[in-house]
Design a protein around this ligand. Structure first.
Ligand code: BDP
Length: 701
């Protein structure tokens, strides 16, 4: 049990009664039709049922087979159609599926049907999941249609195989051996994605290298696209805006220059000749030093539309990132994306999505939802979550991110008369967009267990499950994942689920409670460094964000401060602006608050800050104890690994607490409440800690 099998372990069911029931209900299966995708579905059923049942079941090649069987195939196939008179194929779309139990002449048939083969494969994974998680399957009437069209992983993988902010080894893409050698891992990766409905992958870092667009690399990309295609996964690439200069010898990359446009048109044609279903380009432009249209006095619209024109004949899309900010703009960093993008609403071509991070700063442990959600009704906004734990403890901290994703998705933007949650904006319901998307910055690498921390797998899993259907609860997703990854025993599920559900709030408490943000160390982003100041960019320092002084702490983003609140709808702005109504979890995000301000608990702000930090660390101890209750109930290998990692998490959480409190104390000049133990070391000690070995480092911020 090294974790390689992810949630697709298919371990033999231990509940004998249920096992006997399932075996009665499924004695064989039949696949109608043939295609690479249906072969995968067939292999998955054989493999899954063999594992779960502990004995193989037969595949029936002929119609008219006896016994209780599964039949899978396209709705249009006559052998399927006869059972499905009442199912309207039109509602299922290209990826949806239905699973139905049909009883005919004492024969029970579990039908998995879809318009396209990929829907059939998704249905097969669904049925296997029901059995893996010991759910009843005797009377199924399931219809599943994804709520969001593009469900995409963003790999921040460099061509030298390092991964920006990656904590699970090197990049999976072995450019050296491609295209000739197709590593089994590519197929296992695609299979895992298909099992949770992910249908796209951006192979390369947003800080892009133009070389990926050269013929040599495109051959390799083509080989990956061919490997992923049967799993329903499209390949996308990041486009370096200056590629026409770097690769095309042009003097400019101005999007209004005809030669530049032609270069991109030709490049798109070349790509689509190799990869007819290429997804499109993801672009980071004029952000953190990346080139972009503004270098030529043009706007994001000009850049995005030029690329959109190039991929349009082939039905490709352009995903243009709104993660922009500039130290030379004398305004709160949190406001800059909105300021630049809101006026461009309605000017993008139809095949452009604007990709917006969940919050306005940068994937912090907690941020309020990005004010662009709800502010650009004429533009499809693609959600960007970060699955890799850049700001949440890398792969040494157990943090279940589903609750964080859900917090954002469920936030009500109050930009419409209806409930305008972020999710309903992203899924196109509110503004009636057919083109919709959601991206997750991948946490996957060459580590044997793919994600570094065994529990980081749950974040990949949860991202996929929410991308398919954001109404699913974090708890239900955790429940499934635990059952598939560890065990169906209640004595395992309960404590693990409790730990997972509490873990993100615990992390917020020991890192950035009460709305604090951006307190991490320079370049590595791992440990705490609230003291970072006087760098060449103020917006990469910590003091820019917490603004601690003798009076209090926090960033005043109300009308008397940067007025970032005014970018939200009136109702939301009113809530965040009011010191009284602002949820305490966002207090210091929006307000500079006096140290002796009275909090809801009755404590002063300073005491509350101390309590939150201590509670966070103490709760890691609680996580450790809960985990220990699983001894002997899960395999030793993963039990020991998580035990060690939790011990490390405890140590690192303590460092976060002590470093932050000792530093903030230099401003508050107040004692840590006597009921709480004192920090182990001096502030100097924490300031001198370095993390030269931390992975995913960037030389700058
Ligand atoms: C920041 C990362 C940086 C990324 C950037 C981005 O620190 O490495 O390049 O986001 O999203 O969080 O472009």
């Amino acid at each position: 049990e090294n974790g390689y099998d992810l949630w697709l372990r298919y371990a033999k069911l231990t509940n004998d009664k249920k096992l006997a029931e399932y075996k009665k209900q499924i004695t064989s299966f039949r696949i109608e039709g043939s295609s690479p995708t249906l072969s995968i579905a067939s292999d998955e059923l054989s493999r899954g049922l063999l594992g779960l049942f502990g004995s193989s079941i037969t595949q029936n090649k002929n119609a008219g087979s006896k016994g209780n069987l599964i039949i899978c195939g396209r709705i249009e196939s006559p052998a399927i159609k006869q059972y499905l008179q009442n199912t309207s194929a039109s509602t299922l779309g290209n990826e949806g599926y239905t699973i139905q139990t049909i009883t005919k002449d004492k024969q029970k048939i579990t039908l998995i049907a879809a318009n396209e083969d990929i829907g059939v494969l998704y249905g097969v994974f669904h049925l296997l999941r029901l059995i893996q998680t010991e759910q009843p399957i005797h009377q199924l009437a399931v219809t599943e249609i994804p709520k969001i069209k593009l469900r995409v992983l963003n790999h921040w993988d460099n061509l030298d195989r390092t991964v920006e902010r990656g904590y699970a080894g090197f990049s999976l893409w072995n450019w050296h051996k491609l295209p000739q050698y197709i590593d089994q891992r590519y197929l296992d990766y695609a299979r895992a994605n298909a099992s949770i409905g992910i249908n796209g992958t951006v192979l390369t870092n947003v800080n892009a290298n133009a070389n990926i667009l050269t013929e040599d690399y495109l051959k390799k990309v083509e080989a990956l696209a061919n490997a992923f295609r049967p799993y329903g996964i499209k390949v996308y690439l990041t486009a370096r805006f200056s590629a026409p200069i770097e690769l095309g010898d042009l003097p400019t990359a101005d999007p209004l220059d005809q030669r530049v446009q032609q270069w991109w048109n030709d490049k798109a044609k070349e790509i689509y000749q190799r990869i007819p279903d290429f997804g499109g380009f993801l672009v980071k432009a004029n952000s953190e030093g990346q080139p972009g249209p503004q270098n030529y006095g043009r706007t994001h619209k000009d850049g995005a539309n030029m690329l959109a024109t190039a991929v349009e004949p082939y039905k490709g899309v352009v995903i243009w990132r709104a993660f922009v900010y500039d130290n030379n703009v004398p305004d709160d960093r949190a406001k800059q994306a909105y300021t630049e993008f809101k006026p461009l609403d309605g000017t993008f071509k139809e095949n452009v999505l604007v990709q917006v991070k969940n919050g306005a700063i940068d994937f912090q442990p907690r941020e309020p939802f990005h004010p662009l959600f709800g502010a650009m009704p004429k533009t499809p906004l693609m959600m960007e979550f970060q699955i890799t734990q850049e700001y949440l403890g890398f792969s040494t901290h157990l943090v279940y991110l589903s609750t964080m994703f859900k917090e954002c998705l469920e936030a009500d933007t109050k930009t419409s008369d209806q409930m305008a949650s972020v999710a309903r904006i992203v899924d196109g319901t509110i503004d009636k967009h057919a083109l919709t998307g959601i991206a997750g910055v991948a946490n996957i690498g060459t580590d044997i267990n793919w994600c570094g921390h065994p529990f980081a797998q749950a974040n990949w899993y949860a991202f996929g499950r929410l991308a398919w259907n954001h109404t699913r609860s974090s708890e239900a997703i955790a429940d499934e994942w635990i059952r598939m990854t560890f065990s169906n025993e209640e004595a395992v599920i309960k404590p693990v689920k409790e730990v997972m559900m509490a873990s993100r709030e615990i992390t917020v408490n020991y890192m950035t409670p009460l709305g604090l943000h951006h307190l991490m160390g320079w370049s590595h982003h791992h440990g705490p460094a609230p003291w970072i100041k006087d760098k060449h960019r103020a917006d990469w320092t910590s003091v820019y964000y917490h603004k601690a002084d003798s009076l209090g702490i926090g960033f005043n983003r109300t009308a008397t401060g940067s007025d970032a609140v005014s970018q939200y709808s009136k109702a939301v702005a009113a809530k965040f602006s009011s010191l009284k109504d602002c949820p305490e979890e966002f207090l210091l995000w929006f307000h500079h608050v006096p140290w002796d301000h009275q909090m809801k608990s009755g404590r002063t702000l300073w005491d509350e800050l101390c309590h939150r930090y201590y509670e966070g660390v103490d709760s890691v101890k609680w996580m450790q104890e809960n985990w220990q209750s699983l001894k002997g109930k899960v395999d030793k290998e993963r039990f020991d690994e998580v035990t060690s990692l939790l011990a490390l998490q405890y140590e690192e959480a303590s460092i976060w607490r002590d470093a932050c409190l000792l530093y903030f104390q230099t401003f508050s000049k107040k004692p840590i409440p006597s009921t709480l133990p004192s920090p182990k070391h001096s502030l100097e000690y924490y300031k001198n800690l370095t993390y030269p070995y931390a992975p995913g480092i960037k030389s700058e911020w």
